[in-house]
Design a protein around this ligand. Structure first.
Ligand code: ADP
Ligand code: ADP
Length: 226
């Protein structure tokens, strides 16, 4: 069964000025371990799509399931990586990585061990007790990703995670983060306006039309073994 499945999703905003149709008959699914990207022009409906997957809004029609169950608000089964890393400057890297687990209310000895294991695995061990300001942009994104992976989500949503980085850094960091996600085996959905980024990172690129977004085409991306 697919991890994420969207069937004939429609969504419109209703404001005093009238109706804005944002999503039109969107259907696609992600299987376990797949890394897909959603690409579309600015204003087409990408954020709307993410808000629906996130359970923040309900579709007008259509169905969405995560692991075969209807999507609900604040599902802890979804992890995020956003444009800004949202690391807390007053916390050490280690304590930032544990943040999500603290919010969920259970920092167990296993989670502490896993935090150290992930920091070591991804080369952040020596920054364990540093403040985020001592890290490069790429290292910060790694720390943010570790903070998400430690919660072991079923699905990773990546919302323009590299758009705050300058062009050269973006190339290196996106490659780096892509490899970490692949090694984690997590199912991931990257949302970006950058087609080349989508093609270089994802197994499959879901191209959206301009608003209202519908699926224009789905492009499989061939990967050579590393
Ligand atoms: P994207 O993320 O691709 O830039 P959005 O999903 O943010 O696109 O927006 C899709 C369309 O819906 C745009 O025309 C936007 O102006 C409109 N829209 C987004 N949010 C709202 C809202 N809260 N109320 C009314 N219209 C909205
Ligand atoms: P981004 O391009 O980074 O997604 P936007 O400028 O499209 O940011 O939207 C910023 C916020 O404003 C979002 O929460 C979005 O839902 C809301 N928004 C966007 N367009 C409209 C609109 N036409 N009416 C009301 N809210 C909107």
């Amino acid at each position: 069964t697919p991890i994420l499945e969207l069937n004939h999703i429609n969504y419109s905003y209703h404001t005093p000025d009238g109706e804005t149709k944002a999503l039109s008959n969107i259907s696609f699914s992600l299987s376990q371990g797949e890394f897909a990207a959603v690409v579309g022009p600015s204003g087409c409906g990408k954020s709307t799509l993410l808000s629906l997957i996130d359970g923040l809004m309900q579709p007008e029609s259509g169905t969405m399931t995560l692991n075969g169950e209807p999507l609900t608000e604040n599902s802890s089964r979804i992890g995020y990586m956003l444009q800004h890393d949202h690391l807390f400057e007053w916390r050490t890297v280690y304590r930032n990585v544990l943040l999500g687990s603290e919010i969920n209310g259970h920092i167990t000895p296993e989670i502490r061990l896993r935090a150290d294991e992930l920091l070591r695995q991804y080369g952040l061990e020596r920054f364990r007790n540093s403040r985020p300001s001592e890290l490069s942009g790429g290292m910060r994104q790694r720390a943010a990703l570790i903070r998400t992976l430690i919660l072991n989500p079923d699905l990773l949503l990546l919302d323009e995670p590299f758009s705050a980085l300058d062009y050269q850094t973006r190339l290196t960091v996106s490659d780096d983060i892509g490899q970490i996600i692949r090694r984690s085996g997590k199912t991931a959905l990257l949302v970006t306006h950058d087609l080349s980024e989508a093609v270089s990172l994802a197994d499959r690129v879901i191209v959206l039309t301009k608003r209202p977004a519908s699926v224009a085409k789905i492009i499989p991306v061939a990967f050579s073994a590393e």
